[in-house]
Design a protein around this ligand. Structure first.
Ligand code: AMP
Length: 404
């Protein structure tokens, strides 16, 4: 069984993400791939009492003078009060200010820009907004989030992401949507094909800029933003700000309002532990855990490569588990279907690679299992952040292979 020795607190504070770098270079030993991570970093007790800090917010949604249907749609989603980022950003965005939002997923940042931008479209149906996000999944999720605010309203949205039919996307874009959401690669491609005329946009949203840079999109982003008229409104969201990001902030934003939200360290809600196994027992051990269905209700398993993820999934299905996978080799529509099934609890085991699972907001994941260890501590934090969301407790188990 897995042991439960000791605990270690990770950093928390005003930065939306923990200070990973502090951990990364502490243990310089090499692994076969990625950085060696001391297994003790995978062990941490969840806080006994999950603190719900009293959030000081000034406004109610009624104070924003939203279109009545938009307000009703917001309420229908069960949003009672604005989250701190919404409280600080919504009026500023409505007033046309550039915004620099230091926040990560889970803070309500999507609605913080979606609600005021929809309101602006209702006031001016000629508005043209482009939203850039790092991954296909996140772009799709943003589209779904925005859609959930627009029933009964004339707001046209198009999605431009890789791995999906480009012809349909071209047709959607030619209809002149109010909001175009996409990943930098596909948007750049459609720009080259002269399908997208960037000069027509008056607002740009850059979501998860730090991840877009991690994924090597910096040149695409610069090229896209440079073509959007200087009179634009720019909304820039990032969980962290380093030198490279500061340079972008200084070039893209004009006198921005800075909105920084204090997020509790996601890992405070996650009981973290290791499972010591020998390589040949790994799968057996995993199945033993997954068989405890009462406990392991909704499990996200991370594998190191697309191939390993696929192989493990096939094997789990053969053994009768309700499992499926997402990774880069899977067609986009299949990835979306699998994700939907998992979100709706119709699938209870999802096996994934890191990239495919980045930034996803999946409700009620009971366990994250690192079947293969992450490449670095930052990836570890992203992975375990998929559980223990909101104020619920989550569990993260990391398989550590014995040498014998
Ligand atoms: P995000 O940070 O945009 O990924 O949002 C995280 C989660 O919080 C999503 O499931 C949202 O639907 C939810 N959410 C956003 N704003 C609110 C709010 N004002 N009240 C309750 N839930 C919210």
């Amino acid at each position: 069984m897995y042991n439960n020795s000791g605990s270690r607190r990770s950093t928390s504070g005003y930065s939306a993400r923990p200070n990973y770098r502090k951990f990364q270079n502490r243990f310089p030993k090499k692994r076969s791939f990625g950085k060696y991570i001391d297994p003790s970093l995978f062990i941490k007790k969840a806080a006994d009492f999950i603190k719900i800090e009293e959030e000081i917010t000034k406004y109610n949604f009624e104070d924003f003078k939203l279109d009545p249907i938009l307000l009703a749609n917001v309420k229908a989603k069960g949003y009672i009060k604005p989250t701190p980022i919404q409280d600080q950003a919504i009026l500023q965005i409505m007033n046309g200010k550039d915004v620099l939002g230091i926040a990560n997923t889970g803070t309500g940042k999507t609605a913080s820009y979606a609600i005021p931008l929809i309101q602006k479209i209702l006031e001016n149906p000629n508005k043209r907004i482009i939203i850039l996000a790092p991954t296909r999944e996140l772009a799709t999720q943003i589209k779904q989030d925005i859609r959930s605010f627009t029933p009964g309203l004339r707001v046209f949205i198009a999605l431009a992401i890789g791995g999906a039919f480009i012809r349909e996307q071209i047709m959607d874009i030619r209809r002149g949507p109010n909001i175009l959401i996409g990943t930098p690669g596909r948007i750049t491609d459609l720009g080259h094909r002269r399908v997208i005329d960037f000069t027509k946009f008056d607002t740009v949203v850059l979501d998860e800029v730090d991840r877009m840079l991690d994924m090597g999109f910096v040149d695409d982003i610069k090229t896209i933003v440079d073509q959007i008229p200087a009179s634009r409104q720019t909304l820039f969201f990032s969980a962290t700000v380093d030198r490279k990001i500061e340079v972008l902030i200084n070039t893209f934003l004009r006198d921005p309002v800075k909105v920084s939200v204090k997020t509790t360290d996601a890992s405070d809600h996650v009981e973290q532990n290791v499972v010591n196994v020998s390589r040949h027992e790994k799968e057996e051990k995993l199945c033993e855990l997954l068989s405890k269905k009462e406990e392991f209700k909704k499990v996200l398993i991370f594998g190191a490569t697309k191939m390993m993820v696929e192989r493990l999934t096939v094997s789990l299905i053969r053994q009768g588990f309700n499992a499926d996978s997402i990774h880069g080799d899977k067609p986009q529509h299949k990835r979306q279907t699998v994700l939907k099934l998992f979100k709706e609890d119709r699938l209870n085991i999802l096996v994934a690679t890191d990239v495919a699972a980045r930034g996803l907001d999946i409700p009620d994941v009971s366990h994250v299992i690192n079947y293969d260890q992450p490449n670095n501590y930052e990836d570890y934090c992203h992975r375990i952040g998929r559980t223990g969301r909101g104020n619920s407790k989550g569990y993260a188990l990391t398989f550590v292979e014995n040498r014998y």
